[in-house]
Design a protein around this ligand. Structure first.
Ligand SMILES: *[C@@H]1O[C@H](CO)[C@@H](O)[C@H](O)[C@H]1NC(C)=O
Ligand SMILES: *[C@@H]1O[C@H](CO)[C@@H](O)[C@H](O)[C@H]1NC(C)=O
Ligand SMILES: *[C@@H]1O[C@H](CO)[C@@H](O)[C@H](O)[C@H]1NC(C)=O
Ligand SMILES: *[C@@H]1O[C@H](CO)[C@@H](O)[C@H](O)[C@H]1NC(C)=O
Ligand SMILES: *[C@@H]1O[C@H](CO)[C@@H](O)[C@H](O)[C@H]1NC(C)=O
Length: 421
C-alpha cells in the first residue's frame, strides 16, 4: 500500500477479470458519480455563500473553487501492449516537451503480481490525443497474461541500498513538476524497505521527457537520482514528497506534509542547488521568515496550511494530507493545491494561494469530490479503498477543466475530469 505505510503491500489476491465486471463498473461509477454530484452542487452552493471572499474577485479569477461537474473516466490501460489491463498504483506526473507523463509505484502485468516492478512510466494521450486513459506504457511488451516489464526499475539503487536486497524501493507515488529547461520533470519520492514498509529517506529524481521513438523497445526514458540520493530522513518532514513546483520566480518549491498539515521550502531552480538540502531555506509562518533549518515533523508551528482529520479508525488518531500537487492555474489565476488525505476516503481537497506568494495565506481547504471505490476492489477486502490523488493540469492548459487521477486497492489507477464553474 503505497503511501499508507501502516498496511503491507499485497498483490497476492486474484480479482474477477471479465467484461461484465467492467460494464458493471461503468454503470456503478456513473450512478455514484451522479450521487456525488448532487452532494457537490449542494456543498458548493453553500460554500459560495458562506466562505469569506478575501480579495476582490473579478470574474477572471473564478474563485472560490466551484466545480460544475466531475466525471469519472475509468481505468488507465495500455490497449496495444496489454489489453487485459495493467496493475499498479501511484499515478502522478507532469506535462513537458509536448508529452503527458504518468508514473506509477508498484506495477505488475497481472493481479497476482506477475512481472512485478517497483515503478513504471507511461505517456498518456500519446497514441490518442483525446483519450487520457490510453497509456503508452514504457518497458511493457507482450499479450495479456504474458506481457513483461523489461528495462524497468528506472531508478537504480544508490550507495548501500542494495544491502536490503530487491525489497529496497523508490516509490514513485508523488507528483512531479516540469523544469524550466523544457525537457525534464522532477519528483521527490520515498525510499523504503517494501517488506515491512520502513521508510529510509526521500530522494530527488529527474526524468528526461524524450520522444518515445528514440527510446529502445522495452526501455524507459532516462531517469536519474540527484545529489547523494538522500534528501530528508524518515524522522524529518519529507519536503517535496507531498508536492513540488518550479515557479517562474526562479525558485523550486518543495512542499512537505505531516499529521498537522503542510510546510514549504525553496531553493533556486538550478541543477547545482535543487538536490542539496543545505541550499534550501524553510518557511516558518510563525516568524514569517525563510530559515536555514527544516521545520520539525508533526509540529504545526510554521505550517503554511494546518489541516488534519480524524483517521478511519475513529479512535482519535489524526491524519494529515498524503500526496498532492501544486501548480499555477490559468483559469483560477493563482497557484492552487490539491491533496488526498492519508487513508480516510481519498476526498480531493483544494486550496488556493490568496496572494502571489506561496508562503502567504492559503484559502480555507474545500472538499471537491470523493471518488467511488471500483467494485473490483471488493476482491481485496483489506485494501478496499482509494488513495494517491493527483492532478494533471498540463492536459488542459486553459485550466477550465482539470484531469485528476487516483489509485485503488493496489491494482487500479483511474482518471476523472473536473469542470470548473
Ligand atoms: C499471472 O501470471 C502468472 C504467470 O503466467 C500465472 O502463474 C498466474 O496465475 C497469473 N495470475 C492471474 C490472476 O492471472
Ligand atoms: C546504509 O548505511 C548507513 C550508514 O551506515 C545506515 O545507517 C543505513 O541503515 C544503511 N542502509 C540503508 C538502506 O541506507
Ligand atoms: C524491517 O526489516 C529490516 C530488515 O529487512 C529490519 O532491519 C527492520 O528492523 C525492520 N523494521 C521494522 C519496523 O520491522
Ligand atoms: C534529454 O534528452 C535529449 C535527447 O536524448 C538530449 O538531447 C537532451 O540534452 C537531454 N536533456 C537533458 C536536460 O538531459
Ligand atoms: C488508533 O488506531 C491506530 C490504527 O489501528 C493505532 O495505530 C493507534 O495507536 C490507535 N490510537 C489510539 C489512541 O488508540
Amino acid at each position: 500500500m503505497r503511501g499508507l505505510d501502516h498496511l503491507p503491500t499485497s498483490l497476492t489476491h486474484s480479482r474477477p477479470n471479465n467484461i461484465s465486471f467492467r460494464s458493471l463498473l461503468a454503470i456503478t461509477i456513473t450512478f455514484l458519480a451522479s450521487l456525488c454530484m448532487t452532494t457537490l452542487i449542494f456543498t458548493t452552493y453553500k460554500s459560495v455563500f458562506t466562505l469569506p471572499v478575501v480579495f476582490s474577485v473579478n470574474y477572471d479569477h473564478h474563485l472560490p473553487f466551484t466545480a460544475a461537474s466531475v466525471e469519472d473516466l475509468g481505468f488507465v490501460n495500455d490497449p496495444v501492449f496489454h489489453d487485459g489491463g495493467i496493475y499498479h498504483d501511484g499515478g502522478g506526473g507532469a506535462s513537458q516537451n509536448g508529452y503527458h507523463v504518468q508514473i506509477f509505484a508498484d506495477s505488475a502485468t497481472n493481479s497476482s503480481g506477475f512481472n512485478f516492478v517497483h515503478n513504471s512510466v507511461a505517456y498518456f494521450g500519446y497514441r490518442d490525443p483525446d483519450n487520457p486513459l490510453n497509456l503508452y506504457q514504457f518497458g511493457l511488451k507482450g499479450p495479456e497474461g504474458k506481457a513483461v516489464f523489461s528495462g524497468i526499475v528506472p531508478v537504480g539503487p544508490e550507495g548501500n541500498e542494495t544491502d536490503v536486497g530487491p525489497i529496497f524501493a523508490v516509490w514513485m507515488l508523488s507528483g512531479m513538476t516540469p523544469m524550466p529547461d523544457g525537457q525534464t520533470i522532477l519528483g521527490v519520492f520515498p525510499c523504503l524497505n517494501e517488506g515491512n514498509s520502513t521508510d529510509f529517506y526521500n530522494t530527488m529524481v529527474q526524468m528526461n521527457v524524450t520522444d518515445p521513438s528514440t527510446v529502445s523497445p522495452g526501455e524507459s526514458p532516462p531517469f536519474k537520482r540527484l545529489g547523494n540520493g538522500r534528501l530528508f530522513y524518515a524522522n524529518e518532514v519529507y519536503y517535496g514528497t507531498f508536492a513540488l513546483e518550479a515557479k517562474p520566480d526562479g525558485y523550486l518549491y518543495l512542499y512537505g506534509s505531516d499529521v498537522t498539515g503542510i510546510k514549504v521550502a525553496r531553493t533556486p531552480s538550478t541543477q547545482s542547488s535543487i538536490a542539496d538540502r543545505n541550499q534550501y531555506t524553510y518557511y516558518n509562518s510563525a516568524t514569517k521568515t525563510w530559515q536555514k533549518d527544516p521545520l520539525t515533523k508533526d509540529e504545526e508551528e510554521g505550517n503554511i496550511i494546518t489541516w488534519s482529520r480524524e483517521g478511519p479508525k475513529g479512535n482519535g488518531t489524526r491524519v494529515g494530507p498524503n500526496v498532492g500537487d501544486v501548480w499555477y492555474s490559468n483559469y483560477h489565476k493563482t497557484t492552487v493545491m490539491l491533496w488526498n488525505d492519508a487513508g480516510i476516503d481519498a476526498t480531493f481537497w483544494f486550496s488556493y494561494a490568496k496572494t502571489d506568494k506561496v508562503e502567504g495565506l492559503w484559502s480555507e481547504p474545500v472538499a471537491i469530490w470523493t471518488p467511488p471505490i471500483p467494485p473490483q476492489c471488493a476482491s481485496f477486502p483489506e485494501l478496499n479503498f482509494n488513495y494517491q490523488g493527483h492532478a494533471h493540469p498540463g492536459w488542459d492548459p486553459t485550466g477550465k477543466t482539470l484531469l485528476i487521477s487516483y489509485a485503488s486497492c493496489a491494482n487500479f489507477v483511474s482518471m476523472a475530469r473536473i469542470t470548473w464553474a
